[in-house]
Design a protein around this ligand. Structure first.
Ligand SMILES: Cc1ncc(COP(=O)(O)O)c(C=O)c1O
Length: 422
């Protein structure tokens, strides 16, 4: 049972000493009340909550778990480096090895810089683009998430209009709207940010259309603006290269985070030679940006990415899950909307405007030992086996039945309702 004794105790203690009991994207405030807030351990594709309840985890720590929690080769590489030193007065030689590995794998990249979180990488890209062009305006797709810094956080408490006065918005996958934004800010555009596909919360996902990606590249080439692909969430889950490579579009900068060290804290900004001088001239840094242990984990993760069929495993497991869910939903007469790459699934119910069906289904899955998310895209890892998917589908089938049984009494989540009314 989620919310067992330890969970309840931790929640109460957290309420006293952590603002709101928890903050940020891992707060369970917007999740069904059954969802545990605290976890004790993780291994492979599974997580155990504070009361030792196990779940097959389809969130993968919101992305960082790519190859399985505590993957042995990566842990060994991290342990070996830990014996030598982690955060030191200067970086280890492995920083150079890691930069070489990344540059060797990502076609558009001639150099790499390392930081801690995805937000560091996107904010560095923003500063770098302004330094490179001497211009102010940054173009982002409406609703796209690029981090929690004042210029891009989706929440406005404590944020000034002046923090984002030079950020303008276009509509994702709408080439015309992008061209219009270039005209509206003629001569002042420093960069266009694009996620590799649309992966916003509470929205169906949408793959990038070729015309849109080509227009982004063309407008940047014609005006000297930099094209930035924000691969923080999708990086290495759709390709072993930048995620727009399959469209034949190479950005000038790409932002990476979450999974390339399989959960160790490190992010990266990669760039082409065009942006090298500006990358040298800006001042960006952090006390932990040069720590060697995450870099050792990253080098090993990148090796596994290059040398193993991890990506094909992810895709196959995601496809099996998607097909199984589709068959079950049809059998139960509940239409699903499954969007985006199958290995990063977004799963909603049709005719569920206030998400009450999806929330009830996610809560029932959780009860059955499967952690799915009712409003955020999910993630598969290479540790999700065929057996895990089979076990998952047994739980999801029971969850469909539970939703149908309780259908008449389902209620929307109270906080969602408050937000909708606001
Ligand atoms: C596309 C994208 N960019 C940037 C970020 C920010 O990354 P972080 O949370 O590591 O700062 C995220 C996080 O979810 C993201 O999905």
């Amino acid at each position: 049972m989620a919310n067992g004794t330890r969970q309840k105790d931790l929640r109460e203690r957290a309420e006293r000493v952590i603002p709101g009991g928890m903050y940020g994207h891992e707060s369970t405030r917007l999740l069904p009340p059954e969802f545990p807030q605290f976890f004790r351990r993780a291994l492979g594709a599974r997580i155990w909550d504070a009361d030792e309840q196990p779940y097959i985890d389809y969130m993968c720590a919101y992305g960082p778990n790519l190859l399985g929690y505590r993957q042995s080769e990566i842990e060994a590489a991290a342990d070996a480096q830990r014996l030598l030193g982690d955060t030191m007065t200067g970086p280890s030689e492995i920083m150079v090895n890691l930069a070489e590995a990344f540059v060797g794998m990502v076609r558009h990249a001639d150099w790499a810089m390392f930081c801690k979180n995805g937000s560091d990488a996107t904010s560095t890209a923003m500063v770098l683009a302004r330094a490179h062009t001497g211009r102010k305006t940054i173009l982002c797709a409406k609703g796209a998430y690029h981090g929690a810094s004042p210029w891009n956080t989706p929440h406005t408490a404590g944020i000034l209009a002046s923090d984002r006065v030079h950020v303008a918005y276009y509509t994702y996958n709408d080439a015309q709207s992008l061209s219009d934004a270039f005209k509206a800010h003629d001569g002042d555009i420093a960069a266009v940010f694009a996620t590799p596909f649309r992966h916003e919360v509470f929205e169906d996902q949408a793959l990038a259309q070729l015309e849109f990606a080509r227009t982004a590249r063309k407008c940047c080439d014609e005006t000297g603006a930099l094209l930035v692909v924000d691969d923080v969430r999708a990086g290495f889950r759709v390709a072993r290269d930048c995620s727009w490579t399959h469209l034949g579009i190479e950005p000038d900068l790409s932002c990476w985070g979450k999974c390339f060290a399989n959960g160790y804290p490190i992010s990266a900004l990669l760039g082409s030679n065009k942006a090298r001088d500006a990358a040298r001239d800006i001042f960006v840094t952090g006390s932990f940006w040069f720590s060697a242990v995450p870099m050792a984990a990253a080098i090993e993760t990148l090796r596994i990415i290059r040398e193993t069929p991890y990506l094909e495993t992810l895709i196959a497991s995601g496809a099996a899950l998607r097909a199984g869910l589709e068959a079950q939903s049809q059998r139960h007469g509940l239409e699903l909307k499954q969007t985006g790459p199958a290995q990063m699934p977004q799963i909603f119910f049709a005719d569920d405007p206030d998400f009450r069906i999806g929330y009830a289904w996610a809560a029932a899955c959780l009860k059955g030992g499967v952690y799915v998310h009712p409003y955020h895209n999910m993630f598969l890892s290479a540790a999700h086996t065929v057996d895990d998917v089979t076990e998952t589908l047994e739980a999801t089938d029971r969850a469909f039945s539970a939703v149908l049984r309780d259908f008449a009494s389902l209620q929307p989540h109270p906080i969602l309702m408050q937000l909708a009314g606001a």
